[in-house]
Design a protein around this ligand. Sequence first.
Ligand SMILES: *[C@@H]1O[C@H](CO)[C@@H](O)[C@H](O)[C@H]1NC(C)=O
Ligand SMILES: *[C@@H]1O[C@H](CO)[C@@H](O)[C@H](O)[C@H]1NC(C)=O
Ligand SMILES: *[C@@H]1O[C@H](CO)[C@@H](O)[C@H](O)[C@H]1NC(C)=O
Ligand SMILES: *[C@@H]1O[C@H](CO)[C@@H](O)[C@H](O)[C@H]1NC(C)=O
Length: 956
Amino acid sequence: MGTKSSGSRVFDTLPITGDYLIPYYGIVNVFVYVHEFFKESFTIEKSASRDPFAYPKTAFWRLEGEKSTDCCFWDGVECEEETGHVISLDLSSSFLYGHVDSNNSLFNLVQLRRLNLADNHFNYSHIPSDNFKHLSRLTYLNLSKSHFSGQIPWEISTLSELSVLDLSFNVDMISGEKLLQIKEPNFESLIQNLTSLEQLSLSYVNILSPVPDLLANFSSLTSLLRECGLIGEFPVGIFELPNLQTLSVRFNQELKGKLPVFKQSSSLNVLKLASTSFSGDLPSSIENLQSLNELDINACNFSGVIPFSIGKLNQLTFLDLFGNRFRGQVPSSLSNLTQITYLSLSSNDFSTGNLSWVENLTKLTYLSVRESNLTGLLPSFLGNLTQLTELKLQTNQLTGPIPGSFARLTNLEVPWLHENFFSGEVNFDMFLGLKNLSALSLSDNRLSVITKPNVNGTLPNGTIAQFKLLGLDSCNLINFPDFLRRQERLDWLYLGQNQIHGLIPKWMLNTSTETLTQFVISQNFLKGFEQLPLVLPWTNLEQLTISSNKMEGPLPIPSPSTIYFDASSNYLTGEVQSSICNLRSLQGLDLSSNRLSGELPQCLGNFSNSLSFLRLSGNSLNGSIPQTFLNRSQLMVVDLSDNKFQGQLPRSLANCTMLKYLVLENNQLTDVFPYWLGALPELQILVLRSNGFHGVIGEPHSNSEFPKLRIIDISYNSFAGKLPYEYIKSWKAMEFRSIVEESKYLNANKSIGGMSLNYNFKLTITTKGVDRYYEKIQDVLAVVDLSSNKFEGEVPTVLGNLKGLHSLDLSKNKLTGGIPTSLGNLKELESLDLSQNKLSGGIPQELTRLTFLQYFNVSHNCLTGPIPQENQLGRFESTSYEGNLGLCGIPLQNKCGNFEASEPSLSSALEEESGPFFQFGWKVVVIGYGCGFVVGLFIGQIVIAKDARWKLISTK
Ligand SMILES: *[C@@H]1O[C@H](CO)[C@@H](O)[C@H](O)[C@H]1NC(C)=O
Ligand SMILES: *[C@@H]1O[C@H](CO)[C@@H](O)[C@H](O)[C@H]1NC(C)=O
Ligand SMILES: *[C@@H]1O[C@H](CO)[C@@H](O)[C@H](O)[C@H]1NC(C)=O
Ligand SMILES: *[C@@H]1O[C@H](CO)[C@@H](O)[C@H](O)[C@H]1NC(C)=O
């Protein structure tokens, strides 16, 4: 027994609260109890603590032997010298795993001043509440990182001597869920009596309430309230606490606030407001924060100009202003911040400026000034920043060469220089010599990167940079870079848009075989692989993009891990092997524009549960389309156009409920109208053009079929019977004149992991009398093309409901009757083709309301009467009207007796048309040939009609 033992050393004033304690009451048993508690209530599990220096403190507690039975000598236990009371228990990072009972007596160590159980795993126990009342002397309580869960008990609020309260990071390691919450009692009542608090750490506690004003009364507070779901306005008084040294309320997205006028006396050291909704200016009084080391306002809503006075904060080591709306210039006074190691100014609204202020910031390890309107040369003094590990200058307008002084940045790991206007030749050896480089991006500049052929037996591998990420897109590479031969850790490799000729060398197949996930070498002149194995060797590949080369021979097959494979626009031949169906994670497959032939393997419809994009257009594939599209198919885009597919459409396509885009034009499919596709809720584009579809279209089975269809082209088939007016009524998405938002294109996108696949719909559309290929299709576009079939009967009036239509083509059918006046409702129409039918009667005056019309063709019908002359109609060439023996008036030779065709009036036309454009905020280019101004909407650009027709009218 130790000398300090006395009858009342631990549980001296112990209130006996439970049966459990009674047998242990007594001196010896106290040790037994504590020992039992920690040794028996918990198991020792390494995974319970994360600190690298963690060790099992309780494992060395012993009951036997003289010294060791005195718990004051036990690891983590501290006793008061005179009384022998246990005053401090520190079992942080001790691998303790197990449940703490809500009624646990451990907390009856009433003399405790400090209790630290941080970094263990208490298996979602509630913080034991009952006995906290007795720990009234606690000044330090740390239960952080310990998997406690539930409401923080009100008993904590009675610990009025607490100066440190740390309940942070009780987060489920697996789900990331916050485990503790402050609800009842709320934040305010919980802390109102803790007036001695100096450190309050509640990061990742679910608080979901405003910050109580009374926090501003805690004169010596440090607050760490990261990601607590704080809302409302931050009490500005807190900034004025005279002793406040650290304030962190990061990641409370809905917490608003403004910075005050800072007083000179402030002792603020660390101020972190990142990812909150703090707004307003950075006040010039910031200069009063003379002790400030760290200022992090990343991703807030700050605006205005960065005050020049920021240069007075010469203690600053960390400054993150990323992602605000600061404008004006970066103040040159930053050059005063010579202690700074971390500086990010990226993604603000700075006006053009240069990097002159960086010269003397030689302690910088992290410098990020991307998307910052930087112009001018990359200064050679950059080479003085020898501590730099990360340099992010991408997406600026920097010009000139990469200075040779770059070679002095020997600590550099991550230089991102892409998307600038750097030019000139750069010898890649300079980068290879920077041995710490791991992520280099030079893509999309005007650089010519010179790589030397590997001289046999030069430097051993360890002596050159080993890249994980290497971006050399658009770097004027001519040869396949030889240094890659010795890259063993490549993860992302981008070599697209160069002029690399020849073959992908054999040794590349031995390069980074385990690590490479992204390999992009599109838009080069490569002819293929020097050696093509059955399966490419990169076992963890996720993206392989070899499109737009001159690849010949059979289709390379990447490893089963591949998510996106694009081999389009090459000269690949042979069949698509069924081994492609081993790519069970594939989400995007694009083999379009090759010379592939033969039948598709049947497995293609169902080999990957996640396939979203399938493009095989522009090959010579034949046979039937695989019949096996699965339920729960993720397919959004299917393009099989321009092949020789035969037979029927697979009915299983109706399983593809996410399908947005189905394009099958130019095949040899023979089938009836695929009415079963009407149930696809997302289908926007359906193109069956130039196939052997036939029969009467009939009626939809419900009135909400094809609910999102905006483009339908079934031209050049053998559909017969009446125009499908019942379907036309169901095409609801075409009924609305969509509001034009800038640059929104029809697309499908999907993100998985770090990769985002985005496919802008591409399509050939016949409009205005010509076929045009659109690389992008504006999302408001609506097109109906039913031409070149065998439709008969009248043009249905309901077509006038499709008020969003931009192009309507009913030409080359056998339609009879008159032109419905309802077509005058199609105010968005730019192209209307009714030619080569048997339409009779007059051209309705209502069509003069179609003031966007650029193409109008009613030739070769049986129309009669005068051609209306208002607005556009009078200005088309005679080819629009010819072949109708009964039509008269300009532009035809045929005069209309006494009929005076009225001159169109420019002013009235302009008045009418200025409306919708201003309303939609469009920039309109008005080209006037006389009064025939023309605008258009296709692919979001203003199409300027250069057609000779317009000139003819203007000179008339
Ligand atoms: C705070 O202290 C006051 C006065 O000691 C007491 O009346 C009140 O109940 C305490 N509140 C809490 C939440 O502990
Ligand atoms: C730069 O620092 C010096 C010394 O700390 C100070 O006198 C000067 O005013 C500062 N300049 C700017 C522009 O803040
Ligand atoms: C770049 O600077 C120019 C003028 O200096 C400014 O007009 C432009 O808006 C800035 N661009 C960005 C993206 O902030
Ligand atoms: C950088 O430091 C040098 C030497 O201390 C000084 O002469 C120069 O004026 C400083 N440059 C800037 C931009 O502050």
